[in-house]
Design a protein around this ligand. Structure first.
Ligand SMILES: NC(=O)c1ccc[n+]([C@@H]2O[C@H](COP(=O)([O-])OP(=O)(O)OC[C@H]3O[C@@H](n4cnc5c(N)ncnc54)[C@H](O)[C@@H]3O)[C@@H](O)[C@H]2O)c1
Length: 402
């Protein structure tokens, strides 16, 4: 690769970090070198240091390292603002995991901080970086299929019953702020970015007592409607519609959802202390250094997968044709019937976001998925929450175009 190699530090060596680290291990051709990692968990820092060097106990110490060009923030969502502030103060470009943060004012503050510091902020990682979604967005934008008429996105999985403390699920209102950014980013990228209003209802998950999913009606400023439907209660699995290909493009076991649901039901019957210890143990095993790290669930970020990644069905209706994903690209339905459009599989997911940030630095211009983009997505997710709580339609004020 001809581009200059840049140096990356990772703040928070947990599950999300393990997937980024896996990407960098498996794609040595990427123009990034991992040089630093920070976490209060000493054993994770030791394991990181043994493999890459540059182990730090906290974000401040990592950001003092002048060798680091950019940081990947993969700490818990409620610490993202604090870590953006530290990184920006030290002049580091920033990729921040989704959700950007949990509060709109905090998101706006992040954008302001990064603008003043002259660093790029990239709002990662969502399925809008997936190659088929990028291909759909480009086809719609080309105008070859006529005007965009509607976007319909459906996803069903076992999100609510993955191992994590219930407090983490509570902080994001179940999937709303954690998984919502995937859906909203996909719809905004295809629909042009500018959402006028949102109306939504949340469905409860009887197993955890948390929100288990949502049904949202989003309207763009252009008048184009989008529906976003999510159900993370481990019942129906969208992989069934993809020939049992899961979210990251790997094979998915039809028994996966029912097993997760019954396991979680059994956990919820335990005394709270024992339940939490088991949940934390399950989460820890997926963090960097753990036995399931980077291989967690079906979230391999497109590194090893045989098929395209997906975030459930995305059906895009245009004047002259309708698009949806196929296992290897897209299907286009027109008056001539169905045709398949091949889409090269490389460079989806976290690989794509690392490349987007690298290109931004090289070219000296803000990434596409910048902080303002991330705030606009967060606003829609928070609007979905507010709409479900107040039973009203919520107008958007901080939208930016794609
Ligand atoms: N787990 C996933 O599959 C996944 C996928 C996409 C995005 N995310 C996002 O990534 C972020 C992290 O989630 P996770 O699931 O990896 O959680 P996690 O708990 O596995 O990882 C968070 C890590 O941050 C560390 N940490 C805590 N306080 C810290 C501090 N002050 N400074 C530095 N590190 C600190 C923790 O010790 C832990 O190792 C969240 O915003 C989440 O929404 C997670």
């Amino acid at each position: 690769m001809s581009e200059r190699q840049r140096k990356l530090g990772v703040i928070g060596l947990g599950q999300a970090a393990a997937m980024v680290i896996d990407c960098l291990r498996e794609r040595p051709d990427l123009p990034w070198r991992l040089v630093a990692g920070a976490d209060p968990r000493a054993h994770a820092v030791d394991a990181f240091h043994a493999e890459f060097g540059g182990g730090h106990a906290d974000a401040e110490s990592l950001c003092r390292d002048s060798d680091v060009d950019a940081v990947y923030i993969a700490s818990p969502s409620w610490l993202h603002l604090e870590h953006v502030e530290i990184a920006a103060r030290h002049g580091k470009h920033i990729i921040c995991e989704k959700p950007l943060t949990l509060d709109l004012a905090d998101g706006l503050r992040m954008v302001d901080i990064c603008r003043r510091a002259g660093v790029y902020l990239l709002a990662g990682h969502t399925h809008s970086f997936d190659a088929p979604i990028v291909a759909m967005s480009e086809l719609v934008r080309s105008g070859d299929l006529g005007d965009l008429r509607a976007i319909n996105c459906w996803n069903f999985n076992e999100f609510n019953h993955r191992p994590r403390l219930l407090s983490e699920l509570q902080a994001t209102h179940g999937p709303l702020l954690n998984q919502g950014p995937h859906h909203v980013d996909i719809a905004r990228q295809i629909g042009g970015g500018l959402v006028r209003s949102v109306r939504a209802s949340v469905i409860p998950d009887g197993v955890t007592g948390m929100p288990g999913g949502y049904t949202a009606f989003v309207q763009f400023a252009s008048g184009v409607p989008a529906t976003l439907v999510y159900d993370g209660r481990s019942l129906l699995d969208t992989a069934e519609f993809f020939g049992w290909v899961g979210e990251s493009g790997g094979r998915r076991d039809p028994a996966w959802n029912p097993q997760r649901r019954s396991e979680f039901e059994a956990l919820m019957a335990l005394p709270a202390e024992e339940r939490d210890a088991r949940l934390e143990e399950g989460k820890e095993s997926g963090r960097f250094g753990g036995e399931r790290a980077g291989k967690l669930l079906n979230a391999l970020a497109g590194v090893e997968a045989a098929y395209q990644p997906h975030f459930g069905l995305v059906v895009v209706a245009c004047e002259k044709g309708t698009l949806r994903q196929s296992p290897t690209g897209l299907y286009l339905y027109t008056a001539n019937g169905r045709e398949e459009i091949a889409v090269p599989r490389r460079d989806s997911g976290r690989v794509a976001e690392l490349l987007e940030m690298h290109q931004a630095i090289e070219q000296g211009r803000s990434p596409f998925h910048d902080g303002a983009w991330g705030v606009a997505t967060l606003e829609v997710c928070l609007g979905m929450l507010e709409s479900s709580q107040t039973n009203t339609e919520i107008a958007m004020r901080h939208q930016v175009s794609a």
